[in-house]
Design a protein around this ligand. Structure first.
Ligand SMILES: Nc1ncnc2c1ncn2[C@@H]1O[C@H](COP(=O)(O)OP(=O)(O)O)[C@@H](O)[C@H]1O
Ligand SMILES: [Mg+2]
Length: 448
């Protein structure tokens, strides 16, 4: 197949609005991306508040090295991670294909990039020409029931009738494989709605929400959450952590909190840059399984702001321990996120998302990412042995394990309080591990 070269414009949302950021050249053959390069616009790269498109390959730390140059993806990858993170993932692709009435995975990557819409996760937008404006996202609150019905039809490969076409605006911009859409509440706050799927064998929205809430109780940073029931089916709502609101002349304070400013009172919506763990570790999707939490910890040391390294490493360790105790083995690098915090300014770990317990009868279990010296083996001994790689003393790591276990051991009571039905709790009960099943007596002696 003949290769074609395409020029795309990348925009970044800075403070008050969209700014042209640079030009992306992509070489494609059919659906395959062969190569790409990027050049920052001079005016953009000179701005003190310029957002990096990619913290690894397109860093703006040494601007003189970047100005006026064509830059290439790290490790000879065909596409920049930061651009891939602005592309739709499996679900968003299905929505775009349904809108354009084409078969699954039949479009070149550039088309998916162009059709994902301006409300995509993060602060980038990809458009065909510099003079193109943003596409309009979910500015009105569409009916969740309609979005759910449309999502069902897309999942089933059925055409979407005209009265359900809001999904083509609200459903395209998002990553992941499960059916979802962006929605605004009455105050104007943007949420990600995750629907149940007809294929689900348990109450996934209710259980995901409860698992995230439990993580919050176990000391992890979790966005605001809600569960709604529509026609007997549940929808999980998770607040979009890549949006915040400021008065036009406002300043953001409270560097330890992640942007919980509310809309209203003339406040303007701002966006935070987002990249996935895949991008921070600079690898391809297919390499995710060969990577470890310690690679993420190392990438945090290299690319995140110095002031957050210690806390983000500690949080990564806590998340790893939690994933072991709840058997969340979908902890791949796209399910780890990083945000650009303009107050630092710099990259930092995003709040937690996409955590789901997996029921299992296996006594030996594995996470997706490597845990410690015994690879992906999901035991607390394996986690503890890696403590130094997370800038934690052995005693600090043991304290974290004890804290997370104290919360997880109460999971049933918490899930009941969070409104998960008893029979649903039973369906996932084997996911939750007892301390004794994932640790040795030697480790337990170290716990405070
Ligand atoms: N609260 C959130 N705010 C902003 N972006 C989010 C949020 N939660 C998830 N995302 C982004 O959306 C993508 C899909 O969400 P995820 O929960 O991982 O769905 P799935 O279960 O389909 O994988 C994530 O990979 C992340 O990029
Ligand atoms: Mg996901």
């Amino acid at each position: 197949m003949a290769a074609t070269e395409l020029k795309l414009m990348v925009f970044a949302h800075l403070g008050e609005g969209w700014k042209p950021c640079g030009q992306l050249l992509m070489t494609e053959a059919g659906t395959e991306v062969l190569a790409s390069n990027f050049a920052y616009g001079l005016n953009y790269a000179r701005r003190p508040d310029a957002l990096e498109v990619d913290p690894v390959s397109l860093s703006l730390r040494n601007r003189d090295e970047v100005l006026g140059k064509r830059l290439y993806p790290a490790k000879q990858l065909p596409l920049f991670g930061g651009i891939r993170d602005a592309a739709p993932d499996a679900w968003g692709r299905r929505v775009i294909e349904s809108k354009l009435k084409v078969p699954a995975n039949s479009l070149p990557e550039s088309q998916y990039l162009l059709h994902a819409g301006s409300d995509r996760v993060g602060a980038l937008d990809i458009r065909a020409r510099i003079q193109d404006g943003p596409s309009h996202g979910p500015n009105v609150s569409h009916d969740l029931a309609h979005l759910l019905e449309a999502a069902d039809r897309i999942e089933a490969g059925l055409p979407v009738p005209a009265h359900l076409e809001a999904i083509f605006v609200d459903g395209t911009a998002l990553g992941g494989a499960r059916p979802k859409a962006s929605v605004r509440d009455e105050q104007g706050v943007l949420w990600l709605a995750k629907f149940s799927s007809r294929k689900d064998r348990f109450d996934v929205p209710g259980v995901e929400c409860a698992t995230l809430r439990l993580a919050g109780q176990a000391g992890m940073h979790v966005p605001a959450l809600d569960v709604r029931t529509l026609g007997g089916r549940k929808v999980m709502l998770i607040r979009r952590f890549d949006r915040y609101w400021l008065a036009p002349d406002g300043v953001l304070a409270e560097a330890d909190r992640l942007f919980l400013t509310q809309p209203g009172g003339g406040r303007v919506e701002h966006r935070l840059g987002f990249v996935s763990g895949l991008t921070l570790v600079a690898c391809d999707e297919t390499e995710s399984r060969t990577k470890a939490y310690t690679d993420l910890a190392q990438a945090v040391r290299e690319h995140c702001h110095p002031s957050v390294i210690r806390a983000d490493n500690a949080e990564l360790f806590r998340r790893m321990v939690y994933n072991i105790l709840v058997s969340n083995d979908d902890d791949h690098l796209r399910n780890q996120g990083f945000l650009w915090d303009p107050r630092l300014p710099g990259w930092r770990l995003s709040p937690l998302y996409d955590v789901l317990p997996r029921a299992s009868l296996a006594s030996e279990r594995f996470l997706h990412l490597g845990v410690g010296p015994q690879g992906r083996l999901a035991t607390l001994d394996n986690a503890l042995a890696a403590h130094a790689r997370f800038t934690l003393s052995k005693a600090q790591a043991a304290r974290t394990i004890a804290e997370v276990w104290q919360t997880v051991r109460e999971w049933r009571v918490c899930f009941e309080q969070f409104g998960v039905a008893d029979d649903e709790i039973d369906k996932i009960a084997t996911a939750f591990r007892h301390l004794d099943a994932v640790s040795t007596p030697e480790l337990r002696k170290l716990l405070p």
